[in-house]
Design a protein around this ligand. Structure first.
Ligand code: ADP
Length: 227
């Protein structure tokens, strides 16, 4: 969890690289779906461009499909992969999911069905000032999704992805009007989840107002004791 632009995606990406975890980003899954040109894709595009959330059941289904696909990739038979999943695949980070109370409940059901459990829930915190500065400079690779910032995390060659050389693009929903709506949606729908995970004893709060390296240090501190 964390407001748009707090750095969830960047932190998740770094942690996945350093710990060998799989990153499951619902924003990326939805953007993929939105780019497909189908009727559903076009609907999603409009929802995301207006700063609202996609349908809970649809997002939960995309996550479950991805978890199952990960299990299969590791060679476990359907329905059986969960026993070996965490041994072989070191784990996964859900980036941007759950975002509503309904999604949190669906996640619980899904994990139970798959025999998996959550180790922690991270609340990535940043002020409105930080958020607006970050989102206006954010760019991402149109092909592999790697995230950059024109000032804070510049690519080696301006406008090109370090990893795959494709062009960097600005997301439609990073325009100022949409950012305002995304912040409102976050406060109304997702902020209550912080309490939900605090009560479950899973909550870890990360101060993400600083530079990325400082924020990663904050993450590392909160990771102590997480299995
Ligand atoms: P950010 O968190 O910076 O807004 P994301 O890439 O995580 O960026 O999400 C972009 C958009 O995708 C959201 O504004 C929302 O419309 C949609 N989205 C992502 N995750 C979810 C989710 N779990 N439930 C509903 N909509 C989602």
């Amino acid at each position: 969890m964390g407001p748009p632009g707090a750095g969830k995606g960047t932190i998740a990406q770094r942690l996945c690289e350093s710990h060998g975890l799989a990153q499951i980003s619902t924003g990326d899954l939805l953007r993929e779906e939105a780019a497909s040109g189908t009727e559903l894709g076009n609907k999603l595009k409009a929802i995301m461009a207006s700063g609202q959330y996609a349908d809970d059941c649809l997002v939960a289904q995309l996550v479950e499909n991805r978890l199952r696909a990960l299990g299969k990739k590791k060679g476990f038979a359907e329905g059986k992969f969960s026993q070996g999943f965490l041994r072989k695949q070191k784990g996964f980070i859900l980036d941007g999911f759950p975002r509503t109370s309904a999604q949190a409940e669906m996640l619980e059901g899904m994990l139970e069905k798959l025999g998996l459990k959550l180790s922690a829930a991270f609340d990535v915190e940043a002020s409105d000032k930080t958020i607006i500065e970050r989102l206006s400079g954010r760019r991402s690779c149109g092909k592999c999704g790697k995230i950059y910032h024109v000032k804070n995390i510049p690519p080696k060659v301006a406008g090109k992805c370090d990893a795959c050389g494709s062009s960097l693009v600005q997301r439609d929903d990073d325009r100022p009007e949409t950012v305002k709506k995304r912040l409102e949606t976050y406060r109304e729908k997702t902020a209550p989840l912080v309490k939900y995970y605090r009560e479950k004893g899973l909550l870890k709060i990360i101060d993400a107002n600083g530079e990325i390296e400082q924020n990663m240090e904050n993450v590392k501190k909160t990771l102590k004791g997480v299995e």
